[in-house]
Ligand binder design. Structure first.
Ligand SMILES: [Zn+2]
Length: 152
């Protein structure tokens, strides 16, 4: 089953409002308001989060599989929180794993990587066919959302 950019953003908002995540952010005075963007493609990557950039990107072709897309959102959200809280250690290091476990207490092991399947492969090929990544990113549709500060 696929998922829309809007529904995926709604899922991100739900994650950020989870009690454990709210608690994690409660010691931090600056509001957590990353931008969430579904881009045509991050190339071979399912998503991306550049430290210091405050921007979570998800490849549009991953939306062909809602389960994997949600896993990528949990993964990238852990990066955004890790960055927001000071970014101690490596991007996939101990501190990041600690945060990923808070975001995704049950599926954190799986959420460290995404898994390709025939549906995703097909969507990936369809978007990349005959085009360079630059062309895909320039021409394609981008769905962008800004996370509002969580009210308590
Ligand atoms: Zn990562």
């Amino acid at each position: 089953m696929s998922i829309t950019p809007k529904a995926l953003f709604r899922y991100l908002k739900e994650l950020v409002q989870k009690e454990a995540v709210v608690r994690l952010l409660s010691n931090c005075t600056k509001p957590f308001t990353p931008t969430f963007i579904v881009v045509p493609s991050c190339g071979a990557l399912a998503g991306g989060m550049t430290y210091g950039n405050y921007r979570i990107e998800i490849s549009s072709w991953l939306l062909s599989d809602a389960k994997e897309a949600k896993g990528a959102v949990r993964h990238e959200l852990a990066h955004a929180l890790h960055d927001h809280l000071g970014g101690k250690g490596l991007p996939h290091g101990k501190e990041w794993i600690r945060i990923l476990k808070i975001v995704s207490p049950i599926k954190w092991r799986k959420d460290r990587h995404w898994t390709e399947n025939p549906t995703i492969r097909k969507a990936n090929i369809a978007i990349h066919k005959g085009k360079t990544l630059k062309e895909i990113r320039r021409g394609g549709r981008k769905d962008s959302f800004v996370l509002e500060p969580v009210r308590r």
